[in-house]
Ligand binder design. Structure first.
Ligand SMILES: *Cc1c(COP(=O)(O)O)cnc(C)c1O
Length: 394
């Protein structure tokens, strides 16, 4: 019997083609066969490039990482199985027992949980400070502070961090500055151009952009730091699936178009919401009434991003009426989809906070965060207008 007649034999039957595929293929193989031990040695020692085992790396992750590297001005970044995997790898791959990490006080909810509840079990101290106030950061630095973790625009109140002030502080004190650039994206802000040492993303959000792949990305300026983060991610299995990487690569092809359109929609929707009688407050970084308006201009230039927050009167009852009156707009705790999604922090991301702590942040029962999509803006204005009118009786 020939090998080809035995269907249990793995054979390389991939046909030759004089023409090339326009789309990149998916490579789902978990393992890679090397010709001999010398070659395998050369691969492990980095003298030859070759994959060995998918947890350690695979072509679809490499392709995606190189594309995000190019957007961020990075080299050697890695793709992880989620945004939180990237946050965990950045912190736990670098910090050791006895170190202190200082974070912004409005970080992504699970990042806060990692800092406040998990790092302590490994002997790593974490505290938080207001990132709009570089002096508060300076006051919170300890001799053992090794890293600062920041988001440029906070969730959900869209406060703009004092990036220049905190980057200067980090540089002076020899502290690594890690920036979660998910909200701003490299189209709005490139942290490596402004003193960051580590940049990370939830690629799940607008980079991939279609709510069908869960992924993260992390890159460091110093190759030693990159090595430490990569080893931690590979050892703890924070690796991404080839299929997700392939979907994200496809999503990335339209990222600039989607981002620009969503951002233009967000700016227009923010102005529209501000003119509605049922709306108490609108937050959008480039609006003149934003609490960090001047800093937003300096940090973000004309890139206000695709997130808008607003508040209506009438408490939880009005909030319930609003989401029910806008069934076309998914009420879902995420962001960055092609379509507009609406989230209610008091019942989702910030439900763990006491009502007093929420009130201090301005997150009332009538507070909503909108991740604006790429729909026709007139339809979005009309949908929000009628839902808010129905919710507030205006
Ligand atoms: C969603 C998000 C994360 C976590 O990413 P996942 O892909 O959901 O794990 C981290 N940071 C920010 C700012 C996010 O929005």
């Amino acid at each position: 019997m020939t090998d080809a007649a035995d269907p249990t034999r793995r054979l390389n039957l991939w046909p030759e083609s004089a023409s090339r595929p326009v789309g990149n293929p998916i490579q789902p193989s978990v393992v890679y066969a090397s010709p001999d031990p010398d070659t395998l040695d050369a691969q492990y020692e980095g003298r030859l490039h070759g994959y060995t085992y998918a947890r350690e790396g695979h072509p679809n992750a490499t392709v995606l990482a190189r594309r995000i590297d190019a957007l961020e001005g990075a080299t050697g970044g890695i793709v992880t199985g989620s945004g939180m995997a990237a946050v965990a790898a950045a912190l736990m791959g670098v910090l050791r027992a006895g170190d202190h990490v200082l974070g912004g006080d409005q970080l992504y909810g699970r990042s806060l949980r990692l800092m406040n509840q998990d790092l302590g079990r490994f002997g790593i101290a974490a505290t938080l400070a207001d990132p709009t106030d570089a002096r508060a950061f300076a006051a919170a630095i300890r001799p053992e502070t090794r890293m600062i973790l920041l988001e440029v625009v906070s969730n959900p109140t869209l406060r703009v961090a004092d990036m220049a002030g905190i980057a200067a502080l980090a540089r002076e004190r020899g502290i690594l500055l890690a920036v979660d650039n998910t909200f701003t994206t490299p189209r709005g802000y490139r942290p490596f151009d402004h003193g960051a040492d580590i940049v990370l993303h939830s690629v799940t959000k607008i980079l991939a952009g279609h709510s069908d792949a869960t992924l993260g990305y992390v890159a460091a300026r110093d190759p030693e730091v990159t090595r430490a983060i990569t080893d931690f991610a590979v050892t703890t299995g924070l690796t991404a699936s080839p299929f997700d990487c392939w979907l994200a690569e496809r999503g990335l092809l339209t990222f600039p178009l989607r981002y620009d359109r969503a951002e233009a929609n967000a700016a227009a929707l923010a102005d529209h919401l501000a003119g509605l009688p049922g709306v108490v407050r609108v937050l959008y970084p480039l609006r003149a009434d934003h609490p960090d308006h001047n800093r937003a201009q300096a940090v973000l230039h004309a890139r206000g991003g695709h997130m808008v927050s607003f508040e209506i009167a009438g408490g939880r009852d009005a909030a319930n009426r609003l989401t029910r009156a806008a069934p076309q707009i998914a009420f879902a705790p995420t962001l960055g989809d092609v379509n507009t999604t609406l989230s209610h922090p008091a019942s989702s991301s910030h439900r763990g906070l006491s009502p007093e702590a929420r009130a201090a942040l301005g997150i009332t029962e009538g507070f909503f965060r909108v991740s604006v999509g790429i729909e026709e803006i007139d339809a979005l204005k009309a949908e929000f207008g009628s839902a808010i009118a129905a919710a507030t009786g205006t």
